[in-house]
Design a protein around this ligand. Structure first.
Ligand SMILES: [Zn+2]
Ligand SMILES: [Zn+2]
Length: 354
């Protein structure tokens, strides 16, 4: 199999040829055809997350030690089954749910693998889909997306799922309420698409890039806001008519928090998904007085992936911009993503990797 691996953090990925693994027990070997390139891959590539004030969380502390294969938006074809892998056949095309837990603990038994303490996340702790083959521990992590464009289907495993799970954490909305989406990259755009599919029309897309704002508008955001302006928080509050019920932050930096959090109405929620990094200081009394919530949302569970895929299969999700490119271009794609030059999602073509 061919993999594009981190040999040294921050240095170009290298093409590596290895023996293709054989599935054992309940394992399934999936031949990857499409693999989304996510913004969080940039942090794994760099080797750390920025915790603010010069503090860092190093990914090697959670087992991501080079040589390492990233890629947590896998789509492919079942190629081989372990002797105890049931319910799936060779040749079937599937999305691979990458947020896999230990499979044994109470959290995993409740179906919330993404909260497991012994995670086996593909492309984060285990070899991922920047590769022609991925070993999946159990067939239950394979989701049928029949009829959905394969490159778009791949992006549902992280960007679609993360947005869907964050939207599931919105407070109850009334007709005058608005929802802000901060960061109209791959996640923000699919979030706007999902909000619309769920009948939530009062959406404000926020970004610092005109092309991303116009993509947000095309997907159904009723308002957009360029957050570079110094009074962006007041503008956001005004656009929402003083009724901003929630802000979903797909960037996650002090600057986006500074726009979204003060603009919330009483009882509003600041839902943080983005991992850009940094730290904030929050005055405590207003959290109680304004009855606001600051909450995190991290990827999503298998059931949520099935639900967002069901929306896509019914044709309810307006497709976000997805560009499929040769897997061999992965290094320039990562550089473009870092420079903010990617509109929507880039998906690697591993079907034709040579
Ligand atoms: Zn991701
Ligand atoms: Zn577990």
């Amino acid at each position: 199999m061919i993999s594009y691996e981190i040999i040294e953090h921050g240095k170009p990925l290298q093409r590596v040829i290895k023996d293709t693994p054989r599935p054992k027990g309940t394992e399934v070997l999936v031949r990857i055809t499409r693999s989304g390139v996510c913004h969080s891959d940039l942090h794994i590539w760099d080797g750390y997350f920025d915790l603010g004030a010069g503090k860092r969380f190093y990914v090697k502390e959670r087992g991501c030690v080079p040589p390492f294969t990233m890629g947590h938006e896998p789509f492919g074809v079942v190629e081989a089954l372990g002797p105890r892998a049931k319910g799936v056949r060779v040749g079937q095309k599937r999305i691979v749910y990458p947020w896999i837990g230990c499979g044994k603990c109470p959290v995993c038994r409740d179906g919330i693998d993404n909260y497991c303490m012994q995670q086996r996340f593909l492309g984060v702790m285990r070899p991922g889909a920047y590769s022609t083959h991925v070993l999946v521990p159990h067939p239950r992590y394979l989701v049928d997306a029949g009829g959905v464009d394969e490159a778009f289907a791949a992006t549902l495993a992280c960007s679609g799922l993360t947005a869907y799970s964050a939207i599931g954490k919105l407070p109850e909305l009334n007709a005058r309420d608005w929802v802000a989406v901060l960061g109209c990259g791959g996640l923000g755009l699919i979030a706007i698409s999902i909000l619309k599919a769920k009948g939530i029309r009062n959406v404000i897309g926020c970004d610092v890039d005109e092309s991303k704002l116009s993509a947000a508008k095309k997907l159904g955001a009723r308002q957009t806001l360029d957050t570079r302006s110094p009074d962006a928080a007041q503008k956001l509050q005004a656009l929402a008519g003083g009724s901003l019920a929630a802000a979903i932050d797909f960037v996650g930096m002090p600057a986006t928090h500074a726009v979204a959090y003060p603009a919330l109405r009483k009882g509003g929620r600041y839902i943080l998904c983005g991992l850009y990094g940094g730290e904030i200081a929050l005055a405590l009394p207003p959290i109680a007085q304004r009855a606001v919530a600051v909450m995190g949302s991290y990827v999503g569970n298998l059931q949520e992936l099935k639900e967002v895929v069901a929306l896509a299969k019914k044709g309810k999700l307006k497709p976000t911009p997805v560009t499929t490119r040769a897997a061999g271009e992965v290094n320039s794609i990562l550089e473009e993503l870092k420079a903010g030059k990617v509109l929507g999602r880039v998906v690697l073509d591993l079907e034709h990797a040579t």
